[in-house]
Design a protein around this ligand. Structure first.
Ligand code: SF4
Length: 397
Protein backbone atom coordinates (compact mmCIF):
# COMPACT_ATOMS: atom_id res chain seq x y z
CA UNK A 1 0.00 0.00 0.00
CA UNK A 2 1.53 3.29 -1.08
CA UNK A 3 1.41 6.35 1.21
CA UNK A 4 -0.98 8.00 -1.26
CA UNK A 5 -3.32 4.99 -1.04
CA UNK A 6 -3.21 5.05 2.76
CA UNK A 7 -3.89 8.81 2.82
CA UNK A 8 -6.85 8.41 0.42
CA UNK A 9 -8.84 6.78 3.26
CA UNK A 10 -9.15 10.26 4.78
CA UNK A 11 -12.10 10.76 2.43
CA UNK A 12 -13.73 7.33 3.01
CA UNK A 13 -16.96 7.00 4.97
CA UNK A 14 -17.20 4.33 7.65
CA UNK A 15 -19.38 3.23 10.54
CA UNK A 16 -18.66 1.33 13.75
CA UNK A 17 -21.37 -0.72 15.47
CA UNK A 18 -20.70 -1.90 19.01
CA UNK A 19 -22.11 -5.24 20.15
CA UNK A 20 -21.32 -5.51 23.87
CA UNK A 21 -22.42 -9.10 24.56
CA UNK A 22 -19.92 -11.81 25.52
CA UNK A 23 -20.24 -15.33 26.96
CA UNK A 24 -17.95 -14.32 29.81
CA UNK A 25 -15.65 -11.41 30.50
CA UNK A 26 -11.97 -12.19 29.83
CA UNK A 27 -9.72 -11.15 32.73
CA UNK A 28 -7.70 -8.63 30.70
CA UNK A 29 -10.67 -6.95 28.95
CA UNK A 30 -11.52 -3.29 29.57
CA UNK A 31 -13.96 -2.83 26.68
CA UNK A 32 -17.62 -1.87 27.17
CA UNK A 33 -18.97 -5.42 27.50
CA UNK A 34 -21.55 -7.44 29.43
CA UNK A 35 -21.76 -11.17 30.10
CA UNK A 36 -24.79 -13.11 31.29
CA UNK A 37 -27.16 -10.45 29.95
CA UNK A 38 -28.40 -12.15 26.80
CA UNK A 39 -31.90 -11.18 27.93
CA UNK A 40 -30.98 -7.66 26.75
CA UNK A 41 -29.98 -8.63 23.20
CA UNK A 42 -33.39 -7.94 21.57
CA UNK A 43 -33.77 -4.61 23.35
CA UNK A 44 -30.23 -3.60 22.46
CA UNK A 45 -30.67 -4.47 18.79
CA UNK A 46 -33.91 -2.44 18.69
CA UNK A 47 -32.07 0.41 20.45
CA UNK A 48 -29.24 0.33 17.90
CA UNK A 49 -31.72 0.40 15.05
CA UNK A 50 -33.54 3.36 16.55
CA UNK A 51 -30.20 5.17 17.08
CA UNK A 52 -29.34 4.54 13.42
CA UNK A 53 -32.78 5.64 12.23
CA UNK A 54 -32.57 8.86 14.25
CA UNK A 55 -29.19 9.79 12.72
CA UNK A 56 -28.99 12.26 9.88
CA UNK A 57 -28.62 10.62 6.48
CA UNK A 58 -24.96 10.82 5.49
CA UNK A 59 -23.51 9.14 2.39
CA UNK A 60 -23.02 5.50 1.30
CA UNK A 61 -20.66 3.72 3.64
CA UNK A 62 -17.38 2.32 2.30
CA UNK A 63 -16.70 0.28 5.43
CA UNK A 64 -18.83 -0.99 8.30
CA UNK A 65 -17.23 -2.63 11.33
CA UNK A 66 -19.18 -4.64 13.91
CA UNK A 67 -16.92 -4.84 16.97
CA UNK A 68 -17.40 -5.62 20.58
CA UNK A 69 -17.89 -7.45 22.70
CA UNK A 70 -18.61 -10.41 20.51
CA UNK A 71 -20.80 -9.72 17.47
CA UNK A 72 -20.90 -13.46 16.70
CA UNK A 73 -22.63 -13.98 20.07
CA UNK A 74 -25.74 -12.28 18.63
CA UNK A 75 -28.07 -14.10 16.21
CA UNK A 76 -27.07 -13.45 12.57
CA UNK A 77 -30.55 -12.18 11.64
CA UNK A 78 -30.25 -9.47 14.32
CA UNK A 79 -26.91 -8.36 12.83
CA UNK A 80 -28.59 -8.39 9.41
CA UNK A 81 -31.35 -6.08 10.69
CA UNK A 82 -28.77 -3.60 11.96
CA UNK A 83 -26.92 -3.71 8.65
CA UNK A 84 -30.19 -3.19 6.76
CA UNK A 85 -30.94 -0.14 8.93
CA UNK A 86 -27.52 1.34 8.06
CA UNK A 87 -28.18 0.65 4.40
CA UNK A 88 -31.62 2.29 4.53
CA UNK A 89 -30.39 5.42 6.27
CA UNK A 90 -26.95 6.00 4.72
CA UNK A 91 -26.63 3.46 1.90
CA UNK A 92 -23.81 0.98 1.44
CA UNK A 93 -21.28 1.74 -1.32
CA UNK A 94 -20.62 -0.85 -4.02
CA UNK A 95 -17.84 -3.17 -2.90
CA UNK A 96 -17.98 -1.91 0.69
CA UNK A 97 -16.14 -3.84 3.40
CA UNK A 98 -18.65 -5.25 5.90
CA UNK A 99 -16.60 -6.65 8.73
CA UNK A 100 -17.43 -8.36 12.01
CA UNK A 101 -15.49 -9.73 14.93
CA UNK A 102 -16.19 -13.34 15.84
CA UNK A 103 -15.12 -15.81 18.46
CA UNK A 104 -14.17 -19.24 17.08
CA UNK A 105 -16.57 -21.11 19.38
CA UNK A 106 -19.64 -19.60 17.79
CA UNK A 107 -18.87 -19.58 14.10
CA UNK A 108 -20.23 -22.83 12.66
CA UNK A 109 -20.92 -23.27 8.95
CA UNK A 110 -24.71 -22.53 9.02
CA UNK A 111 -24.11 -19.26 10.86
CA UNK A 112 -21.25 -18.36 8.51
CA UNK A 113 -23.38 -18.99 5.44
CA UNK A 114 -26.26 -16.90 6.76
CA UNK A 115 -23.95 -14.00 7.68
CA UNK A 116 -22.41 -14.09 4.21
CA UNK A 117 -25.89 -13.99 2.64
CA UNK A 118 -26.83 -11.07 4.89
CA UNK A 119 -23.98 -9.04 3.41
CA UNK A 120 -21.00 -9.57 5.72
CA UNK A 121 -17.79 -10.14 3.73
CA UNK A 122 -14.97 -9.98 6.28
CA UNK A 123 -14.51 -11.77 9.61
CA UNK A 124 -11.92 -10.96 12.22
CA UNK A 125 -11.49 -14.03 14.45
CA UNK A 126 -10.41 -13.58 18.06
CA UNK A 127 -8.05 -16.56 17.89
CA UNK A 128 -5.54 -15.02 20.37
CA UNK A 129 -3.34 -18.16 20.68
CA UNK A 130 -3.18 -21.80 19.59
CA UNK A 131 -1.73 -22.89 22.96
CA UNK A 132 -4.44 -24.32 25.21
CA UNK A 133 -2.71 -23.16 28.42
CA UNK A 134 -2.39 -19.61 27.12
CA UNK A 135 -6.05 -19.64 26.05
CA UNK A 136 -7.07 -20.74 29.55
CA UNK A 137 -4.95 -17.94 31.10
CA UNK A 138 -6.66 -15.46 28.81
CA UNK A 139 -10.07 -16.77 29.90
CA UNK A 140 -10.96 -17.83 26.37
CA UNK A 141 -13.48 -20.59 25.77
CA UNK A 142 -12.18 -22.01 22.51
CA UNK A 143 -9.34 -24.32 21.58
CA UNK A 144 -7.09 -24.51 18.53
CA UNK A 145 -9.37 -27.05 16.78
CA UNK A 146 -12.26 -24.60 17.01
CA UNK A 147 -10.13 -21.85 15.49
CA UNK A 148 -9.38 -24.13 12.55
CA UNK A 149 -13.01 -25.26 12.14
CA UNK A 150 -14.38 -21.71 12.28
CA UNK A 151 -11.87 -20.55 9.69
CA UNK A 152 -12.84 -23.32 7.28
CA UNK A 153 -16.53 -22.75 7.92
CA UNK A 154 -16.06 -19.12 6.94
CA UNK A 155 -14.03 -19.99 3.84
CA UNK A 156 -16.53 -22.59 2.63
CA UNK A 157 -19.38 -20.14 3.28
CA UNK A 158 -17.71 -17.74 0.82
CA UNK A 159 -15.76 -15.29 3.02
CA UNK A 160 -12.64 -14.34 1.09
CA UNK A 161 -11.34 -11.83 3.63
CA UNK A 162 -10.46 -13.39 6.99
CA UNK A 163 -8.32 -12.05 9.79
CA UNK A 164 -6.76 -13.83 12.77
CA UNK A 165 -6.28 -11.69 15.88
CA UNK A 166 -3.50 -12.85 18.19
CA UNK A 167 -2.29 -11.75 21.64
CA UNK A 168 1.31 -12.16 22.74
CA UNK A 169 3.10 -11.92 26.05
CA UNK A 170 0.61 -13.65 28.32
CA UNK A 171 2.49 -14.56 31.53
CA UNK A 172 3.58 -18.18 31.11
CA UNK A 173 3.65 -17.99 27.30
CA UNK A 174 7.12 -18.87 26.02
CA UNK A 175 8.78 -17.54 22.88
CA UNK A 176 8.43 -21.04 21.38
CA UNK A 177 4.70 -21.16 22.12
CA UNK A 178 4.24 -17.76 20.47
CA UNK A 179 6.19 -18.88 17.40
CA UNK A 180 4.00 -21.98 17.18
CA UNK A 181 0.85 -19.80 17.36
CA UNK A 182 2.17 -17.58 14.58
CA UNK A 183 2.96 -20.61 12.43
CA UNK A 184 -0.45 -22.17 13.12
CA UNK A 185 -2.18 -18.90 12.25
CA UNK A 186 -0.33 -18.52 8.95
CA UNK A 187 -1.02 -22.17 8.05
CA UNK A 188 -4.73 -21.35 8.08
CA UNK A 189 -4.11 -19.01 5.16
CA UNK A 190 -5.67 -15.81 6.57
CA UNK A 191 -5.71 -12.63 4.52
CA UNK A 192 -4.90 -10.46 7.51
CA UNK A 193 -3.30 -10.90 10.94
CA UNK A 194 -3.41 -8.57 13.96
CA UNK A 195 -0.96 -9.05 16.83
CA UNK A 196 -1.53 -7.20 20.11
CA UNK A 197 0.65 -7.34 23.19
CA UNK A 198 -1.24 -8.25 26.33
CA UNK A 199 -1.65 -5.08 28.36
CA UNK A 200 -2.63 -4.84 32.00
CA UNK A 201 -5.51 -2.40 32.38
CA UNK A 202 -6.49 -0.95 35.72
CA UNK A 203 -9.80 -2.18 37.09
CA UNK A 204 -9.69 -5.52 35.26
CA UNK A 205 -9.29 -8.87 37.06
CA UNK A 206 -5.82 -9.12 35.50
CA UNK A 207 -4.97 -5.62 36.75
CA UNK A 208 -6.07 -6.55 40.27
CA UNK A 209 -4.17 -9.85 40.17
CA UNK A 210 -0.96 -8.12 39.05
CA UNK A 211 -1.38 -5.49 41.80
CA UNK A 212 -1.71 -8.35 44.27
CA UNK A 213 1.59 -9.85 43.10
CA UNK A 214 0.72 -12.08 40.12
CA UNK A 215 3.13 -12.15 37.17
CA UNK A 216 2.81 -9.25 34.74
CA UNK A 217 3.72 -9.53 31.05
CA UNK A 218 7.48 -9.23 30.55
CA UNK A 219 8.14 -6.23 28.27
CA UNK A 220 11.49 -7.56 27.01
CA UNK A 221 9.94 -10.88 26.05
CA UNK A 222 7.04 -9.03 24.41
CA UNK A 223 9.51 -6.99 22.37
CA UNK A 224 11.20 -10.21 21.18
CA UNK A 225 7.79 -11.70 20.39
CA UNK A 226 6.83 -8.63 18.37
CA UNK A 227 10.00 -8.95 16.32
CA UNK A 228 9.35 -12.63 15.75
CA UNK A 229 5.84 -11.74 14.50
CA UNK A 230 7.40 -9.30 12.03
CA UNK A 231 9.76 -12.03 10.81
CA UNK A 232 7.26 -14.91 10.58
CA UNK A 233 4.49 -12.86 9.00
CA UNK A 234 6.89 -11.20 6.56
CA UNK A 235 8.22 -14.63 5.50
CA UNK A 236 4.62 -15.80 5.01
CA UNK A 237 3.90 -13.00 2.51
CA UNK A 238 2.17 -10.48 4.78
CA UNK A 239 3.03 -6.80 4.67
CA UNK A 240 2.91 -4.78 7.86
CA UNK A 241 0.82 -1.66 7.35
CA UNK A 242 0.27 -0.56 10.95
CA UNK A 243 1.89 -1.13 14.35
CA UNK A 244 -0.24 -4.21 15.07
CA UNK A 245 -1.55 -5.18 11.64
CA UNK A 246 -0.32 -7.21 8.67
CA UNK A 247 -2.16 -8.05 5.45
CA UNK A 248 -1.84 -9.76 2.12
CA UNK A 249 -1.86 -7.07 -0.62
CA UNK A 250 -5.35 -5.58 -0.95
CA UNK A 251 -6.67 -7.14 2.30
CA UNK A 252 -5.86 -4.26 4.66
CA UNK A 253 -8.81 -3.43 6.95
CA UNK A 254 -10.51 -0.45 5.32
CA UNK A 255 -12.42 0.55 8.44
CA UNK A 256 -9.20 0.83 10.44
CA UNK A 257 -7.41 2.60 7.58
CA UNK A 258 -10.19 5.20 7.64
CA UNK A 259 -9.68 5.75 11.38
CA UNK A 260 -5.90 6.05 11.07
CA UNK A 261 -6.19 8.43 8.10
CA UNK A 262 -8.44 10.60 10.31
CA UNK A 263 -11.35 9.92 8.01
CA UNK A 264 -14.93 10.12 9.17
CA UNK A 265 -16.74 7.27 10.87
CA UNK A 266 -20.10 7.09 12.57
CA UNK A 267 -20.48 5.27 15.87
CA UNK A 268 -23.47 3.34 17.17
CA UNK A 269 -23.91 1.47 20.44
CA UNK A 270 -22.71 1.84 23.99
CA UNK A 271 -19.16 3.11 24.41
CA UNK A 272 -18.72 3.62 20.65
CA UNK A 273 -16.48 6.46 19.41
CA UNK A 274 -17.06 8.38 16.18
CA UNK A 275 -15.48 11.18 14.14
CA UNK A 276 -17.57 13.37 11.91
CA UNK A 277 -17.33 16.92 10.57
CA UNK A 278 -14.20 17.63 12.64
CA UNK A 279 -15.80 16.44 15.90
CA UNK A 280 -14.82 13.37 17.89
CA UNK A 281 -17.71 12.02 19.92
CA UNK A 282 -18.53 9.06 22.12
CA UNK A 283 -21.62 7.33 23.43
CA UNK A 284 -22.38 6.47 27.03
CA UNK A 285 -20.43 3.40 28.09
CA UNK A 286 -22.89 1.52 30.29
CA UNK A 287 -25.48 -0.57 28.50
CA UNK A 288 -28.28 0.41 30.91
CA UNK A 289 -27.59 4.13 30.34
CA UNK A 290 -27.48 3.51 26.59
CA UNK A 291 -30.81 1.66 26.63
CA UNK A 292 -32.42 4.34 28.80
CA UNK A 293 -31.37 7.01 26.29
CA UNK A 294 -32.35 5.29 23.05
CA UNK A 295 -35.58 3.84 24.46
CA UNK A 296 -36.50 7.31 25.72
CA UNK A 297 -35.98 8.72 22.22
CA UNK A 298 -32.85 10.60 23.28
CA UNK A 299 -29.29 10.71 22.02
CA UNK A 300 -26.87 8.35 23.81
CA UNK A 301 -24.02 10.85 23.28
CA UNK A 302 -21.87 11.33 26.37
CA UNK A 303 -19.34 13.85 25.07
CA UNK A 304 -17.57 15.38 22.10
CA UNK A 305 -14.50 17.47 21.30
CA UNK A 306 -13.36 19.47 18.36
CA UNK A 307 -9.59 19.33 17.96
CA UNK A 308 -8.26 22.59 16.57
CA UNK A 309 -4.93 24.27 15.99
CA UNK A 310 -1.97 22.55 17.60
CA UNK A 311 -4.09 19.76 19.10
CA UNK A 312 -5.37 18.83 15.64
CA UNK A 313 -1.77 18.65 14.40
CA UNK A 314 -0.67 16.50 17.35
CA UNK A 315 -3.68 14.24 16.78
CA UNK A 316 -2.76 13.90 13.09
CA UNK A 317 0.70 12.70 14.12
CA UNK A 318 -0.46 10.54 17.00
CA UNK A 319 -2.95 8.59 14.86
CA UNK A 320 -1.13 8.72 11.50
CA UNK A 321 2.28 7.57 12.74
CA UNK A 322 0.75 4.21 13.66
CA UNK A 323 0.71 3.52 9.92
CA UNK A 324 3.81 2.25 8.15
CA UNK A 325 2.97 4.88 5.50
CA UNK A 326 3.57 7.61 8.08
CA UNK A 327 2.33 11.16 7.57
CA UNK A 328 2.92 14.14 5.34
CA UNK A 329 5.08 17.04 6.48
CA UNK A 330 3.46 19.66 8.68
CA UNK A 331 4.28 21.96 11.57
CA UNK A 332 4.27 19.05 14.03
CA UNK A 333 6.77 17.09 11.95
CA UNK A 334 8.99 20.16 11.83
CA UNK A 335 8.69 20.65 15.59
CA UNK A 336 9.51 16.99 16.30
CA UNK A 337 12.55 16.96 14.01
CA UNK A 338 13.78 20.17 15.65
CA UNK A 339 13.37 18.82 19.20
CA UNK A 340 15.99 16.99 21.22
CA UNK A 341 13.81 13.86 21.29
CA UNK A 342 13.26 14.05 17.55
CA UNK A 343 16.98 14.34 16.82
CA UNK A 344 17.71 11.36 19.07
CA UNK A 345 14.97 9.25 17.44
CA UNK A 346 16.18 10.25 14.02
CA UNK A 347 19.83 9.44 14.74
CA UNK A 348 18.79 6.04 16.12
CA UNK A 349 16.87 5.32 12.91
CA UNK A 350 13.55 5.06 14.79
CA UNK A 351 11.97 7.79 12.68
CA UNK A 352 12.80 8.50 9.05
CA UNK A 353 12.11 11.73 7.22
CA UNK A 354 12.15 11.93 3.43
CA UNK A 355 10.04 12.55 0.32
CA UNK A 356 7.89 14.99 2.25
CA UNK A 357 6.87 12.44 4.90
CA UNK A 358 7.75 11.25 8.37
CA UNK A 359 7.42 7.61 9.28
CA UNK A 360 8.32 5.31 12.14
CA UNK A 361 10.88 2.85 10.78
CA UNK A 362 10.83 0.68 13.93
CA UNK A 363 7.13 0.17 14.72
CA UNK A 364 8.01 -1.50 18.02
CA UNK A 365 9.00 1.96 19.28
CA UNK A 366 5.88 3.81 18.09
CA UNK A 367 4.76 4.46 21.67
CA UNK A 368 8.07 6.14 22.42
CA UNK A 369 7.68 8.33 19.33
CA UNK A 370 4.13 9.21 20.35
CA UNK A 371 5.28 10.17 23.84
CA UNK A 372 7.74 12.59 22.24
CA UNK A 373 4.93 13.95 20.04
CA UNK A 374 2.70 14.55 23.07
CA UNK A 375 5.59 16.27 24.88
CA UNK A 376 6.12 18.82 22.08
CA UNK A 377 5.40 22.40 23.04
CA UNK A 378 2.96 24.23 20.80
CA UNK A 379 4.87 26.74 18.65
CA UNK A 380 4.07 30.35 19.38
CA UNK A 381 0.65 31.35 18.13
CA UNK A 382 -0.84 27.82 18.21
CA UNK A 383 -3.76 27.16 20.55
CA UNK A 384 -3.67 24.04 22.73
CA UNK A 385 -6.79 22.66 24.43
CA UNK A 386 -5.87 19.11 25.42
CA UNK A 387 -8.47 17.42 23.19
CA UNK A 388 -5.90 14.89 21.92
CA UNK A 389 -6.05 12.97 25.17
CA UNK A 390 -9.57 11.95 24.21
CA UNK A 391 -8.71 10.23 20.93
CA UNK A 392 -9.56 6.60 21.43
CA UNK A 393 -10.53 4.82 18.23
CA UNK A 394 -12.68 1.68 18.52
CA UNK A 395 -10.47 -1.38 18.27
CA UNK A 396 -10.57 -5.13 17.89
CA UNK A 397 -10.91 -7.36 20.90
S1 SF4 B 1 -11.69 -9.77 25.21
FE1 SF4 B 1 -13.27 -9.91 23.61
S2 SF4 B 1 -14.37 -11.84 24.11
FE2 SF4 B 1 -13.20 -11.29 25.95
S3 SF4 B 1 -14.65 -10.10 27.19
FE3 SF4 B 1 -13.48 -8.62 25.98
S4 SF4 B 1 -14.71 -8.27 24.16
FE4 SF4 B 1 -15.49 -10.16 25.13
Amino acid sequence: MTPAEADAFASASAAYVHIPFCSSVCPYCDFAVVAGRDDLIDRYVDGLISEIQRSETWRPLDAVYFGGGTPSHVPPRALGKILAALSNVHGIADGAEISMEANPEDFAFDRARLLRRLGFNRVSFGAQSFDSEVLVSLGRRHDSDQIERSFWAARIAGFDNLSADLIFGTPGESAASWSDSLESATELGPDHVSCYSLTVERGTPLGRAVSAGADAPDPDLQADMYESAQRVLGDAGFTQYEVSNWAKPGSECRYNLTVWAQGEYLAYGNGAHGHRAGVRYRNVRRIDAYLAAVEGGESPLSGSEEAEGWDAEVERMFVGLRRVAGIENGPGVEALLGSEDGRRLSEAGVIVHGNGRLRVARPLLTDEVNRSVLDLDAPEGWAEDGAVDNVRPNRDS
